[in-house]
Design a binder for this molecule. Sequence first.
Ligand SMILES: Nc1ncnc2c1ncn2[C@@H]1O[C@H](COP(=O)(O)OP(=O)(O)O)[C@@H](O)[C@H]1O
Ligand SMILES: [Mg+2]
Length: 520
Amino acid sequence: MQKTPETIVRLHHISKYFPGVLANDKVDFDLRKGEIHTLLGENGAGKSTLMNILDGLYQPDEGEIYINGRRVRLHTPIDAMRNGIGMIHQHFMLVETLTVLENVILGIKSEPFYINKKQTAARILEISDRYNFGIDPSLKIWQLSVGEQQKVEIIKTLFRGAHILILDEPTAVLTPQEADAFFEILEQMTGEGKSIIFISHKLNEVMKISDRITVMRKGKVIGTVNKEDTSEENLAEMMVGRKVLFSLDRKPMQRGEEALKLENVQAYNDKGIKALKGVSLSIRGGEIFGIAGVSGNGQRILSDAIAGLRPVSGGKIYLKGKDITGLSPREITRLGLCYVPPDRLKMGLVPNLSSVENAILRCYTRPPVCQSCFINYAKATHYAEKLIEEYDIMVPRRDAPVKLLSGGNMQKLLFAREVSEQPEVLVAVHPTRGLDIGATEFIRKELVKQRNNGVAVLLISEDLDEIFMLSDRIGVIFEGEILDVMDIEEADFEKVGLLMAGLKEKLPNMEEATPAARQA
Ligand SMILES: Nc1ncnc2c1ncn2[C@@H]1O[C@H](COP(=O)(O)OP(=O)(O)O)[C@@H](O)[C@H]1O
Ligand SMILES: [Mg+2]
């Protein structure tokens, strides 16, 4: 007979209130020894809150925590650590100016006053070697890549003796290749008897790595399932509460007049290197022009140049036939170009301003919001509320800083503000990066809606599925040049992938090979 798996953590009826939100509503959750148990849910579902409770950072308003069958009270992360629990947070908690070694030691109150640095460094190296991390304890945190910093967090947790690891959205900062390597480490850990709670909202990786999956929605547990008994579609439905479209319904394109034209546009990046080497393209109203490419091939320079945020060193940009080269961002916006930039909180929104204030950033100089040179707050609030309602944006309080919104809701607000200006041209860069399924689906549908309304959409994305799902034409950018432009009907993944890698010379062979292959 098979042994029943040993339950090492049990959360019973946990509730947690924040002002205006019930973040956890009578949540039950358990973790078995040696398993990877995923906590899946959209942004704001309550995953981090629940795990911060298990890590002793928050106190529950209701409910109990049992570890190895014994009730415990975790008042601080140190209490959690004493029980073998360690959490790696979404936002790392390392001190940039200190070394790896210093960060590992930091905050260990139970250690003796005198810490033997040599021994500590040796133990760090031992952990690093065991998982093939290649971390040098004497390096400063700022000298490390994000992926390496994450490894330091893991070392720190293991150093303190954790055998129950909580990983809050660890793959958000990793490339797909890095994520795969990371999953191998997790499997190595469970092989050693460690138990892992993995938080994510990415279905494909959840299906790859989990033993069991618990789905949360709006603070409640919807259900716990074995990986073998579920599918991406099923999980998506549990997460969002309804069936999710994995494809979009698109009307045939009604191609209008030329709206945006680039002629041999050139620009330099911040390091003084020519990052755009003569880009020419033409986009008409009613079409989505997708730019595919590996990140860092000039996408950002291109979108900033179009929006007037970066000077061009050569070439011309036309909006509806008017030369906009060298105009200010404000002038370009007034002429009908709207921009959804890649970094919402740095460029698109003002983090410390409220949702209302952010919503009116485009229109506060005009009536109805502006009246005889003053902002009419009642009108501004009314304007913002209309957007918030129409775009179904979850805002706890209208006057709370916008940085407190979830990523998806920030993006919706930014998107709503931009398209409510009724642009001729909409430039959207990585519009769904980091968003959950619900918000991603929403933004994609909105992009198609804009296209159907005759807007010329320039979509820049690293997500090839997204490019193929949305675009009418695809251009591939490589090292600051558009290598090829094709209609969606004649585009395929392999061709675009080769171009993205800069392997244009391989293409003719491929095309020649196709008819022959078909005959064979
Ligand atoms: N420290 C906090 N103060 C106030 N509200 C919070 C705090 N942390 C989380 N919340 C709110 O609790 C809810 C759940 O958030 P969170 O646990 O971070 O969700 P998830 O990790 O699933 O994205 C959200 O509505 C969020 O805005
Ligand atoms: Mg979270």
